[in-house]
Design a protein around this ligand. Structure first.
Ligand code: HEC
Ligand code: HEC
Ligand code: HEC
Ligand code: HEC
Length: 431
């Protein structure tokens, strides 16, 4: 045994009654004893908390399943066979959609979740009745039993069904916007008088505008029919595509007097920004926009055919000449890209998730769930649950509310495909 490990052993047995051995790194001596190849030390003592991920150190109680002995596990198995196998499968390998595999899941995590179902903290599901009448002792034992099993590998999972990785949303948006380029310009900068540029507009505004056309609130029969078959996810992708293109001034003529427009624009700056670059996603930027479109739009606000109370009031006092000048001023301003976070790739996400969930989702903390080899449908479901708040966890809310639909599907499929490794722990007798 290496000197470092001997030291840890001495220190640990002197201070606490047990420590946990876990699969991961090669330690030949121990491998001989246990017949297992990969082992690292994980010490269940508070002084190592600093090396663990940023998760609150739970009460020692939460780690009780780690101390289970063979007799406890045998009792856990009896309970599992009679009360859990109908849904979670024999030996914790589920073949039911929406029901997670439990085999090889981390022991303290299982126990904590069972308590969460019991207290109602994890919402309403088939689990509430399954655990309602179980004693705390029974929860400890059944958790220890499932944790001791070999996790499912490859063929047993529904990972294959999860399908190929979804393309990244910007790419998907480009594809979905193929039919729009003829009028709006390929990268969203208009070359046609009367057609608005879409680059430089906030994606929230673009989505709202598309939905308003589709629902008929914003009246334009042509845009309505063009968007009729475009789905909500496609609209988000299209908006993201245009928002991530480099904006430029529309390549169209600017009739009117920009200097006269500039002084009139003082009344607009509060909402549309000093040079027509808006800081508010609900208010469109005007900088670099096609002048003819701007003037036509002001007319439609004035005559009420485009309904917006704020803009109607403002446009009411403008005559045709003032509209033209304002439009010329804004059209000659330099547009800017909206402040949009470029979406992370699956690999970039995984790197973040693995900080807590272990390499490729093989958690090395008994309180944190392994994701490797878990059912993709279940992973998708719980990620949605975190986002909607149906399942509450401060760490996971922070992670999941920024995920797109495509991210959720991709991450669920990714982790379902990973090789799941078991969690092995032994009890060291006290001195
Ligand atoms: C009637 C079907 C059913 C039975 C019986 C059942 N479960 Fe479940 N179990 C589920 C479903 C469905 C979920 C997922 C619920 C959710 O999304 O929160 C689940 C989730 C769990 C989880 C959470 C796993 C995770 O990765 O977060 C644990 C732990 C669990 N069950 C343990 C048990 C144990 C132990 C028993 C037996 C005492 C049992 N279940 C009996 C259907 C069942
Ligand atoms: C045949 C030409 C044409 C095509 C093709 C077209 N549009 Fe349009 N689009 C227009 C015109 C004209 C307007 C201005 C309509 C109005 O006055 O409200 C417009 C307005 C818009 C607006 C509102 C812009 C703003 O500043 O408020 C959005 C968003 C939009 N289109 C998106 C799309 C998308 C997405 C597609 C492809 C699915 C598309 N358009 C295809 C001509 C077109
Ligand atoms: C109180 C805030 C406010 C002020 C002041 C304001 N706007 Fe607006 N403007 C908006 C909002 C909000 C919208 C989006 C309304 C909608 O969805 O139709 C808008 C939309 C527009 C549009 C349509 C842009 C597009 O891409 O379709 C134009 C053009 C416009 N405003 C011009 C002006 C001008 C010119 C002035 C000054 C005379 C002005 N606005 C003052 C809030 C304001
Ligand atoms: C800061 C640490 C942290 C990070 C980073 C993190 N998680 Fe979690 N994750 C947790 C904790 C803690 C739980 C258990 C929470 C609970 O009890 O509901 C959890 C639970 C989960 C679960 C539920 C597992 C099950 O069996 O029910 C899934 C799925 C999950 N995380 C996926 C992810 C994904 C995907 C990412 C990256 C986008 C991620 N996590 C990033 C801490 C983290």
């Amino acid at each position: 045994m290496e000197e470092r490990d001997k030291h840890i052993l001495r220190k640990t047995s002197a201070r606490s009654r047990s420590f946990i051995l876990q699969l991961s790194v090669l330690l030949p001596t121990l491998a001989l004893v246990s017949g297992i190849l990969a082992i690292t030390l994980w010490i269940a003592a508070p002084q190592t908390a600093a090396t663990q991920p940023a998760v609150e150190v739970s009460k020692a109680d939460d780690l009780r399943p780690l101390y289970a002995v063979a007799e406890d596990i045998a009792e856990g198995k009896r309970l599992a066979d009679s009360s859990c196998a109908t849904c979670h499968g024999a030996r914790g390998i589920s073949s039911m959609s929406g029901v997670p595999h439990l085999a090889g899941q981390r022991p303290a995590y299982l126990y904590l979740e069972l308590k969460a179902y019991q207290s109602g903290a994890r919402g309403v599901s088939a689990m509430n009745n399954a655990v309602k009448f179980l004693s705390d002792d029974a929860l400890v034992k059944v958790a220890a039993y499932f944790a001791s099993l070999d996790p499912v590998q490859g063929t047993g999972t529904d990972a294959a069904k999860a399908g190929p990785e979804k393309p990244d949303p910007v790419q998907a948006g480009k594809t979905a916007a193929a039919a729009c380029g003829g009028c709006h310009g390929e990268t969203g900068t208009s070359k046609t008088p009367g057609m608005p540029s879409l680059a430089g507009l906030d994606p929230n505004y673009l989505v709202a505008a598309m939905k308003a056309y589709k629902a008929g609130q914003r009246k334009n029969d042509m845009m309505k029919s063009l968007l009729a078959s475009v789905t909500d996810p496609d609209m988000s992708n299209i908006a993201l595509y245009y928002a991530t293109q480099k904006p430029a001034r529309a390549q169209t003529a600017t009739p009117g007097d920009p200097a006269a427009g500039k002084s009139a624009a003082a009344a607009c700056a509060g909402c549309h920004g000093d040079q027509g670059v808006s800081g508010n996603p609900a208010t469109p930027s005007l900088a670099g926009q096609d002048a003819q479109y701007l003037a036509a739009t002001l007319r439609t606000y004035k005559d009420g055919s485009r309904s917006d109370e704020t803009m109607k009031g403002l446009a009411a006092s403008l005559d045709d000449n003032a509209m033209k000048n304002l439009s010329a001023y804004y059209a000659t301003q330099q547009p800017q890209a909206p402040n949009v976070r470029k979406p992370l790739t699956v690999a970039e996400w995984v790197e973040r998730c693995d900080r807590c969930h272990g390499v490729n989702g093989n958690s090395t903390d008994p309180r944190l769930p392994a994701l490797a080899g878990q059912r993709a449908d279940y992973l998708t479901k719980v990620l949605h649950d975190y986002r909607t708040g149906a399942r509450r966890s401060p760490q996971m809310l922070a992670m999941s509310d920024v995920l797109t639909e495509a991210d959720v599907d991709n991450l669920a499929a990714y982790y379902a495909r990973q090789h799941a490794r078991a969690f092995v722990y032994v009890i060291v007798p006290s001195k």
